[in-house]
Design a binder for this molecule. Structure first.
Ligand code: GRF
Length: 234
């Protein structure tokens, strides 16, 4: 496991490896080293598709999607990934404990020499094992302007609260619920006649653009983390 981890960090050195890391600008060691992305999904996988399109179109230079893992056998995203020729794996929890399930996921990521993990509609909280193994190398996208409305049904939470603006956030994943350092955000208006569906669709359009931009930034290494602030050095 340690061997695999050391190997992957050489492939793609990502600057943020923990909350206590001093801010410092570092870049990917060699342009010839490809950053291997692992995408975790549970459902339709539209953000995973957006990342795959961005990689294909050269909007995430130096990266490839090396593995898509779903914890749901019936996730529609699995078919969409396979159509694009991406390697997929189904790792369901079944009767196992949360830890046992996650150990298999982390083992698959390590075996796939994954450098950066992108949660894309993955409907489980990660425990310490995954966080420790991939500390500072797990990203998530959330459909609200964090720290407002973390957790489930973020779009409905925004409507219920009467927010006039909402949006989406890409952030590092840590032990908190949708609370890790924010990498990028996009805003959208909340319209008077919005339903959860219409607001979600407006936000989703922004998610697809934002996630690719944020992943490209992290892969480039051109950022600093100063406390909770992720500073874009491009
Ligand atoms: C997105 O709204 C994302 O922000 C949230 O879950 C949803 C996943 O959608 N975390 P998809 O599976 O990527 O289409």
């Amino acid at each position: 496991m340690l061997d695999a981890w050391l190997r992957t960090t050489v492939y793609c050195q990502l600057p943020y490896v923990g909350m206590n890391l001093k801010a410092g600008r570092r870049s990917v060691t060699s342009p010839s080293k490809i950053c291997r992305l692992g995408v975790l999904i549970s459902g339709r996988g539209s953000n995973m598709v957006a990342l795959a399109d961005a990689v294909e179109q050269g909007r995430i230079p130096g990266a490839e999607i090396a593995l898509v893992i779903s914890d749901q056998r019936r996730a529609a995203g699995l078919g969409r990934a396979a159509e694009r020729g991406l390697k997929t794996s189904v790792i369901e929890r079944g009767d196992r404990t949360r830890e046992e399930h996650e150990q298999e996921i982390v083992a698959a990521l390590s075996e796939g020499q994954i450098d950066l993990v992108c949660l894309a509609g993955y409907m489980r909280l990660l425990s310490r094992h995954a966080l420790d193994t991939y500390r500072g190398r797990i990203l998530n996208i959330h459909p609200s302007l964090l720290p407002a409305f973390p957790g489930l049904a973020a779009q409905q939470q925004a409507l219920d609260h009467g927010a006039k603006w909402s949006g989406c956030t890409v952030h590092f994943v840590d032990e908190t619920l949708d609370g890790g350092p924010i990498i990028a955000q996009s805003i959208v208006p909340v319209l008077d006649d919005d339903s959860e569906e219409t607001l979600s669709a407006r936000i989703l359009g922004q998610e697809h653009l934002l996630y690719a931009e944020a992943v490209a930034l992290i892969v480039s290494g051109e950022y600093e983390v100063a406390g909770r602030r992720v500073l874009n050095k491009r």
